[in-house]
Design a protein around this ligand. Structure first.
Ligand SMILES: *[C@@H]1O[C@H](CO)[C@@H](O)[C@H](O)[C@H]1NC(C)=O
Ligand SMILES: *[C@@H]1O[C@H](CO)[C@@H](O)[C@H](O)[C@H]1NC(C)=O
Ligand SMILES: *[C@@H]1O[C@H](CO)[C@@H](O)[C@H](O)[C@H]1NC(C)=O
Ligand SMILES: *[C@@H]1O[C@H](CO)[C@@H](O)[C@H](O)[C@H]1NC(C)=O
Ligand SMILES: *[C@@H]1O[C@H](CO)[C@@H](O)[C@H](O)[C@H]1NC(C)=O
Ligand SMILES: *[C@@H]1O[C@H](CO)[C@@H](O)[C@H](O)[C@H]1NC(C)=O
Ligand SMILES: *[C@@H]1O[C@H](CO)[C@@H](O)[C@H](O)[C@H]1NC(C)=O
Ligand SMILES: *[C@@H]1O[C@H](CO)[C@@H](O)[C@H](O)[C@H]1NC(C)=O
Ligand SMILES: *[C@@H]1O[C@H](CO)[C@@H](O)[C@H](O)[C@H]1NC(C)=O
Ligand SMILES: *[C@@H]1O[C@H](CO)[C@@H](O)[C@H](O)[C@H]1NC(C)=O
Ligand SMILES: CC(=O)N[C@H]1CO[C@H](CO)[C@@H](O)[C@@H]1O
Length: 470
């Protein structure tokens, strides 16, 4: 039932400032096509997407590094290395407590009952923010790896290695390789233990893993043999937890997006440690298991449409399936045409999702899925590109346009603004962007870059703002 989403909404509530800020995208789920990324030589239509990626890498980097030790709370073990998160959609209802004065936060967490409000974030849930920090780390790793390839500047790879070391392997700051305390149920009637739904908190591992595969393939000096060995060691322990622990197996049994992300996360880590046979078994279990009932003949994903935020959840599960297909690609198994019981694939799931209005949900969550299907299935009649062009006339400047190729830019003109946002058209004459006025260029990355770069004044502002949330 439970998922987590929209740090955007949450961060804005808690930390809004007056400064307008550009939100760099945090994609739901990605698996970089490793050979395509490593080989480079991309079509120059991706020029602005590349610039956007470099700006995003810088923006995320300025906020790091991140560690589970950053939080001021600990799990009930008192072990500072334990990952901890609270159940996101459970709200305190203190009507069971006969209090005559305000309760302290601690009393609320212990004495009040907690009630599920699907899709709505409990206001204080990110006081324990390992979830947000992991997401930020995974995005920083993802964008910095791409920026490294784009610019050839080793400092981006150094950042990637630093962020990975700090979160996973550094002796002082590492996370224990388990999720025993994820999405903990608080309250008088809560279990105070981790729930299987919390395994979803690390679904962004696919971004980290595919980035590491790229660094390995590029033989980056920053990705040292020591770090590689330490990360393999961590991953071996963690995947063992995923494959055997009861909490993890509960998530594996989930039939909706939770199950899908269990399989994408697990298979990706098996690939990282070189266990391709294990990865294949994991993927096969998905395609012969929960996948079969996830998409109906009309392309609906009924388990997602039933939720309080159906547009988000359809895009979310489709993103998981796309990632699963890409991991299979990596180990040399083309699964894109494997059908559900109803005879359809993720293509039909995205087709269906495209027909539904976003309502008050974030419309752009679906765009990377649409581009993925368009590039993977060649978009012969321009259905996906013309839909995207209608929804977002800046899409050729969005990061995903770099790796969702081949895919047309629909002839759209874009540029990257001083703050790093993708804009439609050509830059205003006196804009600081694109070299016409270098005075506000504070982007070290651009300065170091051997390739032509826009000058970005990327503001390091309040965190939290992510366009395409989880
Ligand atoms: C790539 O496109 C950009 C933007 O249109 C242009 O400035 C640049 O010269 C192009 N580079 C090449 C190698 O064509
Ligand atoms: C989070 O922890 C890392 C590792 O100790 C540290 O370098 C970083 O400054 C911390 N971040 C914050 C915001 O405290
Ligand atoms: C954790 O610390 C608290 C407060 O000091 C203590 O009451 C509790 O017994 C400790 N838990 C464990 C598992 O050591
Ligand atoms: C009881 O505590 C809750 C939580 O602090 C608070 O919202 C509520 O107003 C309190 N009740 C009274 C009568 O003070
Ligand atoms: C906790 O109590 C609330 C209010 O009575 C109820 O709605 C909820 O289902 C309970 N949760 C659990 C896990 O029992
Ligand atoms: C790691 O930390 C532990 C305890 O904090 C210490 O005993 C051990 O020697 C450290 N290992 C390394 C390689 O620094
Ligand atoms: C990626 O490149 C490697 C090395 O050239 C090759 O062995 C592998 O088959 C390629 N993978 C895919 C999915 O094309
Ligand atoms: C699906 O199968 C068709 C027919 O064999 C093939 O042309 C197409 O390339 C396949 N799609 C993908 C994404 O592999
Ligand atoms: C260049 O940008 C700076 C900072 O935005 C601005 O103050 C200045 O007027 C601009 N100069 C020109 C020639 O546009
Ligand atoms: C949670 O972490 C993210 C990423 O570091 C940050 O942007 C966000 O502001 C944090 N949320 C809160 C409530 O601190
Ligand atoms: C389209 C365009 O004008 N691109 C330019 C942006 O700025 C960089 C660096 O100043 C130039 O190299 C690009 O040609």
């Amino acid at each position: 039932m439970v998922s987590f989403k929209s740090l955007a909404t949450f961060g804005l509530t808690l930390a809004a400032t007056s400064a307008p800020v550009h939100a760099f995208s945090s994609y739901i789920s990605q698996w970089l096509p490793v050979n395509y990324t490593t080989e480079g030589g991309w079509d120059n239509r991706t020029f602005y997407a590349q610039q956007e990626i470099v700006a995003a890498a810088k923006w995320w980097s300025d906020q790091g590094p991140w560690s589970v030790l950053n939080k001021t709370f600990t799990a009930p073990t008192n072990n500072t290395h334990d990952y901890l998160s609270w159940a996101p959609y459970y709200w305190a209802d203190c009507s069971n407590v006969q209090n005559t004065t305000e309760l302290t936060p601690q009393q609320v967490w212990e004495e009040c009952n907690y009630v599920n409000r699907d899709g709505q974030f409990s206001p204080d849930v990110r006081l324990v923010n390992d979830t947000g920090n992991f997401q930020a780390m995974s995005d920083a790793v993802f964008y910095n790896t791409l920026a490294y390839k784009i610019t050839g500047d080793e400092s981006y790879a150094q950042k990637t290695a630093w962020f990975i070391d700090t979160w996973f392997t550094n002796n002082a700051t590492f996370m224990n390789p388990n999720l025993n305390w994820a999405q903990v149920m608080r309250g008088a009637n809560g279990s105070h233990g981790g729930q299987h739904t919390g395994v979803l908190d690390l679904h962004g591992m696919t971004k980290v893993v595919s980035a590491i595969l790229v660094l390995r393939a590029l033989a980056s000096p920053s990705w040292t043999p020591q770090l590689d060995a330490a990360m393999n060691d961590w991953s071996t322990q963690y995947v063992n937890w995923l494959l055997t622990n009861d909490i993890a197996l509960g998530e594996k049994a989930a039939t909706n997006n939770h199950g899908s992300f269990y399989f994408s996360q697990t298979a990706s880590i098996q690939v990282l440690i070189g266990d391709y046979a294990g990865a294949r078994t994991t993927l096969q279990e998905y395609f012969e298991g929960i996948y079969l009932n996830q998409i109906t003949a009309d392309g609906d994903q009924p388990l997602e449409s039933a939720r309080t935020r159906p547009y988000h959840y359809r895009a979310y599960n489709a993103a998981a399936i796309i990632t699963i297909n890409r991991i299979a690609d990596y180990i040399g198994w083309n699964t894109w045409n494997i059908t559900t019981k109803a005879g359809v694939t993720v293509k039909e799931a995205v087709d269906f999702a495209m027909t539904k209005p976003a309502g008050d949900e974030a419309a752009d969550e679906l765009y990377p899925d649409v581009a993925a299907i368009g590039s993977q299935f060649n978009d012969p009649d321009g259905k996906y590109s013309s839909w995207l062009a209608q929804q977002d006339n800046t899409y050729p400047g969005q990061a995903y346009f770099l790796w969702e190729q081949p895919f047309t830019d629909s002839g759209l003109k874009v540029y990257i603004s001083d703050s790093g946002s993708v804009e439609s058209g050509t830059p205003p004459a006196n804009s600081g962007s694109n070299g016409s006025n270098g005075s506000n260029n504070n982007n070290a990355a651009a300065a170091l870059s051997p390739s032509p770069m826009v000058s970005f004044a990327v503001a390091a502002l309040f965190g939290a703002v992510v366009a395409a949330a989880l």
